[in-house]
Write a new protein. Structure first.
Length: 138
């Protein structure tokens, strides 16, 4: 017997009221999605407790197309790939190495710092995923 991923089981349990119906009348889908999104859940591997209607709807259509296998999480295609160029990563990491207590968001990536150094503009929340493991910072 094939093992089913725990996240796929969770997603199917959320979809229960939709998956158990033979057919949906006009307006039923949106009403049920709204009701399901209003509930709180014990979501595996996260502290979040609510799901959006859009997320649940995506799971529903995936389940209709491919069954429970379609509810198994897929790895991200961009996992481990930074959108920040190598030179700017080096600058940010050097700031952090100089003073590990420094706030990268406030001091190193303040307005225009990235643009001044490399001509690259970055979003204020971007530095989080770079540096820690790959640059020996964490």
């Amino acid at each position: 017997m094939k093992l089913i991923h725990p996240h796929a089981l969770f997603r199917l349990s959320v979809l229960g009221p939709l998956a158990s119906r033979d057919r949906l009348e006009q307006g039923d889908l949106k009403a049920i999605l709204r009701e399901l999104a209003a509930r709180s859940y014990a979501i595996p591997d996260t502290k979040r407790v609510y799901l959006s209607e859009k997320t649940i709807e995506g799971w529903f259509y995936a389940w209709k197309r491919g069954g429970i296998d379609a509810l198994t999480p897929k790895p991200r295609s961009d996992r481990g790939i930074s959108k920040i160029s190598g030179p700017l990563q080096e600058v940010i990491c050097s700031f952090k190495k100089e003073n590990p207590r420094r706030s990268l968001r406030r001091d190193a990536v303040g307005p225009g710092v990235g643009k001044l150094i490399t001509g690259e503009v970055i979003h204020i929340s971007t530095p989080g995923p770079i540096g820690r493991r790959d640059r020996g910072l964490g």
